[in-house]
Write a protein that binds this ligand. Structure first.
Ligand code: G3I
Length: 343
């Protein structure tokens, strides 16, 4: 039967996943699954500032170079995640940005990365989670970029990226825009305002990444709310990529088959809405398998459920990705396949 990428291609879309090169190289079952299902890879950590330049001018490009040569050899594309994220600025750079407020530091970093990967990485999350900082303009130390340069750092970064990587697609990538809640509806409002400001300012913005970290505790995504949001983005002439799809559970005490069905249902519901929007270019999950999900069940979760694991499932894992820890397809896999097939 068709792979997720082959099903995505039926509607002119792609399917991909976030990976870490160390896992890809070490685990043949993961490597085989990624090669079968994906045409796009996103580095989960290695292409962030705090992974690339742990200390000034000491660049660590090895892991990215390795992942890129794996991708190129296998005919896969790689997403450039991410140039500027307030959540991944090395401590030494945070200190310098806060004290000197010098854009040169940012420019030098962007130049080092974009010149190295010009022509091989064709799409960049130039700024990750800009409204998280912009929205929290209440002075919280949300972002060193916001503190050092004000909200215009987003436009500046986009112009810098266009200058340094003229042929690449430039995006901004955002989270917590999916749920039918006051907070996330406010965030959708602020995000659209930011996009409108950027377009009015002539910022070289080509597309938008919607992370889509779904969360069962927030209830289902509602089409009547989310479809118009997607249409508003598309109406600005921007393409959309679903960049980090996974599902956070909250009731780990349920039997595994019930947990897996809830995750699959939330995925199906979300993708049916997202894939009805022609501007959506493709879908990436934030990992392939529960074996390597950032959504570890926290120790607090474990403490809360101590002893109440009914089915002996491994309590250490959230089960929010298409494959389980043994690299077997889960109901979520079939939910994605079904949504792609009928898009
Ligand atoms: O590789 C080092 C290792 O050498 C070191 O011993 C260890 C202990 O410090 O850290 C390891 O790096 C960790 C890395 O993940 C491993 O891949 C970093 O500490 C840890 O901070 C990093 O977490 C990543 C996080 O972003 C912060 O970069 C997660 O894997 C990753 O899933 C998460 O992804 C983000 C997206 O980029 C943006 N959207 C939200 C998403 C989830 O937070």
């Amino acid at each position: 039967d068709d792979s997720l990428s082959q099903l995505a291609a039926r509607s002119g879309r792609y399917f991909g996943a976030a990976v870490r090169i160390e896992d890809i190289l070490a685990e043949a079952d993961l490597r085989g699954t990624v090669l079968r299902e994906c045409v796009s890879l996103t580095p989960e950590f290695a292409l962030k500032w705090d992974a690339v330049e742990r200390s000034p001018e000491a660049f660590r490009f090895g892991p990215i170079d390795d992942l890129l040569s794996f991708a190129v050899q296998q005919g896969l594309r790689m997403r450039g995640h991410t140039l500027l994220w307030h959540g991944s600025v090395p401590d030494w750079a945070q200190a310098q940005l806060r004290s000197q407020r010098s854009w040169t530091l940012v420019q030098r970093y962007m130049e080092a990365v974009l010149s190295r990967y010009r022509g091989t990485i064709g799409q960049w999350d130039v700024v990750n989670e800009p409204i998280e900082t912009g929205y929290r303009m209440d002075g919280l130390r949300g972002s060193v970029f916001l503190e050092a340069f004000g909200p215009d750092y987003v436009v500046r970064a986009l112009h810098e990226a266009r200058r340094l990587a003229p042929g690449a697609e430039l995006m901004i990538n955002e989270f917590a825009l999916e749920a039918d809640s006051k907070v996330e509806s406010d965030r959708r409002y602020h995000f659209l305002k930011l996009l409108e400001r950027l377009k009015r300012a002539g910022a070289p913005l080509d597309g938008v990444g919607l992370q889509a970290h779904l969360d069962l505790s927030k209830g289902p995504v509602r089409a009547v709310v989310y479809a118009p949001f997607l249409q508003d983005i598309a109406g600005l002439g921007l393409f959309i990529a679903i960049t980090e799809l996974d599902v956070k559970e909250y009731d780990y005490a349920q039997p595994v088959d019930r947990r897996d069905r809830d995750v699959a249902d939330a995925t199906a519901r979300y993708l049916d809405i997202a894939l009805a929007q022609p501007a959506v270019r493709g879908v990436s999950t934030w990992g392939m398998s529960d074996r390597h999900s950032w959504l570890r069940v926290t120790l607090e979760d474990l403490a809360r459920h101590q002893g109440s694991w009914k089915d002996g499932s491994t309590p250490g894992f959230n089960r929010g990705l298409p494959f389980n820890s043994s690299m077997r397809r889960k109901p979520m896999y079939h939910a994605i396949a079904n949504a792609l097939q009928h898009a």
